[in-house]
Design a protein around this ligand. Sequence first.
Ligand SMILES: C[S@@+](CC[C@H](N)C(=O)[O-])C[C@H]1O[C@@H](n2cnc3c(N)ncnc32)[C@H](O)[C@@H]1O
Length: 446
Amino acid sequence: MPVAPTQTAKMLERAVSSRRASPHNDDDDADADAAAAADESKTKRHLPFSFFTTRLTFYFARLGPLWPCVAALSLALILIFSLAFHSRTFVCVSPHDPVYRSGFFGFDALESDFGSLGVPWCRSKHGKTVEWTSKDLLKGLEEFVPIYETRPIKNNMYGMGFDHSFGLWFIARWLKLDLMIESGAFKGHSTWVLRQAMPETRIISITPRHPEKYLKKGPAYVDGNCTYFAGKDFVDFGSIDWGKVMKKHGITDLSRVLIFFDDHQNELKRIRQALEAGFRHIVFEDNYDTGTGDHYSLRHICDQSYIRGGGHSCFKDSDEARIRGRRKKFWEKAVDIEELCGPDEAWWGVRGYMRDNFNHSNKPITYTEHFQNSRFVESILDVYWELPPVAGPSLTHQTRYDPARAPPPIIEDGRYGLFQRLGLTRLDTSVFNGYTQLVYIEISRQ
Ligand SMILES: C[S@@+](CC[C@H](N)C(=O)[O-])C[C@H]1O[C@@H](n2cnc3c(N)ncnc32)[C@H](O)[C@@H]1O
């Protein structure tokens, strides 16, 4: 049964606050703890405030001349602990590292669910990772929020929201390559994002319907320094003679080109095509989680039992089934075991299917094929990096993606001050609803 938004919001509030409160972090347990605490508060006698102040004065009086030292020591201890706790945000630790996920009081609620669910990811050949740190991401956010506020297309339903716009802008600006190619432009919002990142760089935009067509109906963006393969000039990325096009654009080194795919095509197909042409830097907008989405994604491919959080069980009495069932109540995109598993307990891809082209085409794949696909991808990957959600769900009020299947947010729950300082409270909460794990990969030199 669908859950009403207000009810979902209440459940979310409860889930988030209970997660912070309970160190062993089982949602049910946290609810039970909260109920027990409420009951206790009913029976507990409330002592007057004067009782505590009197006790405190008495205690310090007994310490005599030592009390300033005790007070200073306590203050220093509190400072050291709070610094140790918060500095986590500013160090570059792999989000897949358990240390990254451990809270100050041990593993939090997300962590206990991660034990069974986890975040699947693609292994790179030599374990290389990106150069940027969470500190760089925070600095980037500070810069990007005012830029985003000037976007021409305010309502970009079916296109990118805030998280992915930031991710694309950040990556494009960090890499500073010589040419940017996008496949899937819709009204042109992503073209505008690329332009904000690199004001002078040439863009090639491939999309069946020219964004100028949307201008007749409302806001759209058409770029002046862009070659459009659109409308009657549309040619699919896989059918373009890239040698010829690169020559025409004066590009001799294809590792100086960034490709952005938001065309909902099988990502394995797109990787093979990019590899054949010689491109190396790719961003996929929708890195759908296993069991979800309209095309075969990198996450689908790399979801293997040898990856933490990968490989799944279709057994109805398993821990995973219970956790999934529970999380489905809170998060729209969470999938329970019934949705995850197709005939013959096929859980890979989407219920054992490899989807393509907005799910207009889909074909069953065997587990062996699925396994071979992951080995192929791992054999050509130098870097794999998933954009974390910009901020925790209690800050953004989003209830779609399940935080147990995503890297920890750039701004963690509870850091409202930072969220506000970065100007994120000025944005409509609907812009935070489109997070689907945008991913950047670097293909090794062939
Ligand atoms: C989700 S929208 C893109 C949203 C856009 N990037 C944005 O941020 O607003 C997907 C786009 O892919 C286009 N598309 C469909 N098939 C395509 C193909 N084979 N190659 C490129 N684009 C395609 C659709 O027409 C649509 O405009």
